[in-house]
Design a protein around this ligand. Structure first.
Ligand code: SF4
Length: 294
């Protein structure tokens, strides 16, 4: 019996404005939508204010994440016969991002941890597997959004009704992740929604691969749950466009894009120019890598 998740993708009618003209689509990536959902003020500083306020110094955890992602991307770029463990130190060293660490000693400890994670992770991969895409941009449109995003990896796997596109996202943060994180990730859902259209095959399964613990958090979407995430993203886009229109019409930009102080302020690029964020930020800049040891 066919599974309930296999209904065909919904066709989205073009949305018309009051004057009968198609409304402007909101061009977005998952990080753009996520920035607004996390803190409208951060969104404004990142995407609206020109010139943008000066950013703080780079974060060590961003450098670590970027280095690991690039090493994995380059591992898949090797010929199959060369995808071996001993390729990893060279790959990681070649694209290691040095910015943001407290000192060379901390950087060395983090480098060794990253190499250990990569070695453990790559041991579990089949070098002969060719993903559908590695750091692959997928794009699609809805009635409101012109979405594009770069997925870490899109695997081709056999599903119950034929080949499917599986979205894989690498994570290098301190905390482990579970199925709720995979289920709730709007970015993963949007990648799956777009991948099904780009590759013209079902894409329901999304996975978070947490390299520090070697765990994989999985969620199997349905057509309905993907549609729900798309509608949520569309609502965020409408809120942003309404705030931008209000500011263009003379409304107070601080009121239209309010702050949302909280735990994320510790890692916000703009906290130096944000009094509310300065007060809320409680962690030192290296808190997310300090736990790593030899
Ligand atoms: S420091 Fe906090 S409140 Fe201020 S912009 Fe950044 S995330 Fe928002």
């Amino acid at each position: 019996m066919p599974s309930t998740r296999r209904s065909s993708p919904s066709v989205v009618p073009e949305q018309l404005g009051f004057d009968g003209m198609p409304e402007r689509l909101f061009v977005c990536t998952p990080s753009k939508l996520g920035a607004y959902a996390d803190c409208p003020r951060r969104y404004r500083h990142s995407y609206v204010d020109r010139p943008a306020p000066p950013k703080g110094p780079p974060w060590a955890h961003n450098s670590l994440g970027a280095s690991v992602h690039t090493a994995l991307k380059n591992w898949y770029a090797l010929p199959t016969a060369s995808r071996e463990l001993d390729a990893l130190p060279k790959l990681l060293k070649a694209t290691w991002v040095r910015e943001g660490y407290r000192d060379v000693d901390q950087e060395r400890v983090v480098y060794r941890a990253a190499l250990r994670w990569l070695e453990t992770y790559v041991r579990g991969l089949d070098p002969a597997d060719e993903p559908l895409g590695v750091e692959r941009v997928v794009a699609t449109k809805t009635a409101v959004l012109a979405f594009n995003g770069r997925a870490d990896r899109i695997d081709s796997r056999q599903g119950p009704d034929g080949p499917e596109a599986v979205i894989v996202d690498y994570k290098t943060g301190r905390s482990g992740l579970d199925a709720d994180d995979a289920r709730g990730s709007q970015a993963l859902a949007l990648y799956a929604y777009a991948a099904s259209r780009v590759f013209r095959r079902p894409s329901y399964r999304v996975e978070l691969h947490h390299l520090p613990t070697g765990t994989v958090a999985v969620h199997e979407h349905t057509e309905e749950s993907l549609d729900r995430q798309v509608r949520r993203a569309e609502q965020t886009a409408r809120d942003i466009m309404a705030a931008e229109r209000a500011v263009a019409g003379g409304a107070d930009a601080d009121a239209e894009f309010p702050t949302n102080p909280g735990a994320l302020c510790s890692w916000c690029d703009f906290r130096k120019s944000c009094p509310a964020g300065k007060e809320a930020a409680s962690k030192d800049p290296w808190a997310s890598v300090e736990h790593l040891t030899e």
